[in-house]
Design a protein. Structure first.
Length: 135
């Protein structure tokens, strides 16, 4: 279940997660634990920018378990990723997208120093292939 109440299809998500775990070129997950319990996660994927001559790191698949929300779990994950990005000379920015109605997330991101860009996202969706990994 996504934070916005969107139900994800496990038959598509499981192989998608497995593909990323098997190929670090696709991205990487970071997990936060509190006393041995998984409290939250985020994923970083990469986009090359020719006009910036560097990578944009996209923060995706952000999730904090209900019992750990409003306790700084996402802040710690973000700060860790920000620190890593600053150490990589070819990373030009951290980006993310969020549901437009998620005012709580908006405040959190702004409090971390992020700002809204002038770009909007457009999408043309395709149904996943039956093999969940086809070209």
């Amino acid at each position: 279940m996504e934070s916005e109440g969107l139900r994800l299809d496990p038959a598509c998500v499981r192989p998608g997660v497995a593909a990323l775990l098997a190929d670090t070129g696709k991205g990487v997950y970071y997990v936060a634990e509190v006393k041995g319990t998984v409290a939250g996660q985020l994923m970083i994927t990469y986009e090359w920018s020719d006009w910036r001559d560097g990578n944009l790191w996209w923060i995706q698949s952000v999730y904090v378990a209900l019992e750990f929300r409003r306790q700084g779990v996402f802040r710690e994950l973000f700060k860790h990723v920000e620190s890593l990005a600053r150490r990589h000379r070819n990373v030009r920015s951290l980006r993310l997208y969020m549901h437009a109605d998620n005012s709580t997330a908006r405040r959190s991101y702004e409090n971390l120093g992020m700002h809204r860009t002038p770009y909007e996202i457009f999408e043309l969706e395709f149904e996943p292939s039956t093999s969940h990994g086809g070209s």
